[in-house]
Design a protein around this ligand. Structure first.
Ligand code: SF4
Length: 347
């Protein structure tokens, strides 16, 4: 075990190598990190987590080839109710940021604006990631009502219509581009492009950066796959392959100094002496049936080990529960089966 978690975390914060760190750095929250650490028992962290991601629906209008949605939804498609979200928010201070998305498309939820309103009313910062297909004029105008909306992520998996539509089955490239332009015109909220790197598209990442730049979107993130089956494992691209064929994150940042480029792929952080991930220390994922999961990569039925369900437990009970600390412990020991399949491993 390294001397303290704070050393690891502060190093990562200094390096700014993970989105979540730079987010907190921007928000000047890193000073809270040290004071919240328990040096004697690093498997515990005082409640609450900084970010709660709530899956508002597991329904989706697309059938992307790189997504775990179809398997996850084998248990049935569900939308959360406003009461369900109110119940979660009532357990959190306003400082906890809320991200309203999971493996479905948020705008498939008919009451999505009511859910946004609930988050806004309680004073939490709000963000979501969308495939961009359902952002019509009226929806974009309504988004302008939410002053606490801080970030909208849009998924794009290539720099061309052909590549995007072959991966993001059901998507219309022109429609998503039109919607990004309309969002940029209507709102001042930060927008980012989320690119899932797979064998078929990873060499096109520079084209995606240029596409984003042309759209006036400065933030572009390439992330990997959760290798939850053999097909996806074959599609997975490692960071070293990406560096060889496309360039490292540093070289891309040099090539595109006006852009915020992030690349998080399998193996990127494995060279560290003792790899760690901070997600189980600052984050919880709640799926649309109330299961609480210890990180964002726990959303597939293969690994999908939940640490409790909100129908029987409160969030503060699961946060340092035996299940959660066992998850953190196995991550530290390099024995966590989920981390072994995760592109964030070693983060
Ligand atoms: S599976 Fe492990 S490495 Fe991946 S996000 Fe979860 S805790 Fe982090």
């Amino acid at each position: 075990m390294p001397s303290t978690l704070s050393k690891i975390w502060n190093k990562a914060v200094r390096e700014g190598d993970v989105n979540v760190f730079s987010w907190y750095k921007r928000r000047n929250r890193t000073h809270k990190l040290d004071s919240s650490l328990n040096e004697k028992n690093i498997l515990h962290r005082p409640y609450p987590p900084w970010v709660i991601q709530v899956e508002v629906t597991n329904r989706c209008n697309l059938r992307c080839t790189n997504c775990s949605n179809s398997a996850a939804a084998a248990g049935g498609f569900t939308d959360i109710s406003p009461e369900f979200l109110h119940g979660i928010l009532a357990q959190l201070p306003r400082e906890t940021d809320i991200s309203l998305n999971g493996i479905g498309e948020p705008f498939m939820h008919k009451g999505i604006f009511e859910l946004f309103g609930a988050v806004e009313k309680r004073g939490h910062n709000l963000s979501f990631i969308t495939n961009g297909m359902l952002l019509d004029e009226s929806n974009i105008r309504r988004l302008g009502d939410f002053k606490k909306l801080k970030y909208i992520g849009i998924s794009l998996d290539g720099d061309s219509k052909e590549l995007n539509e072959s991966i993001r089955v059901g998507m219309r490239f022109e429609k998503v581009i039109e919607n990004i332009i309309a969002l940029r015109k209507a709102l001042s909220v930060e927008i980012g492009i989320h690119f899932t790197a797979i064998r078929r598209n990873y060499k096109k990442f520079p084209g995606v950066i240029e596409l984003a730049r042309g759209l006036g979107v400065a933030k572009v993130t390439a992330a990997g796959l959760f290798e939850w089956n053999d097909d996806l494992k074959k599609e997975s691209v490692s960071y070293s392959e990406f560096c060889r064929d496309v360039g490292s994150e540093e070289s891309l940042r040099e090539r595109y100094p006006d852009m915020q480029v992030t690349v998080v792929l399998a193996g990127r952080f494995e060279s560290r002496a003792r790899p760690h991930c901070i997600q189980p220390y600052n984050f919880l994922f709640i799926d649309c049936i109330g299961n609480v999961l210890p990180c964002c990569q726990q959303t597939t039925p293969v690994i999908g080990k939940n640490i409790g369900n909100l129908n029987s437990k409160n969030l503060d009970e699961v946060w340092n529960s035996a299940e959660m600390t066992a998850f953190r412990s196995s991550m530290h020991e390099g024995k966590n089966p989920a981390c072994a399949l995760c592109f964030l491993r070693g983060r």
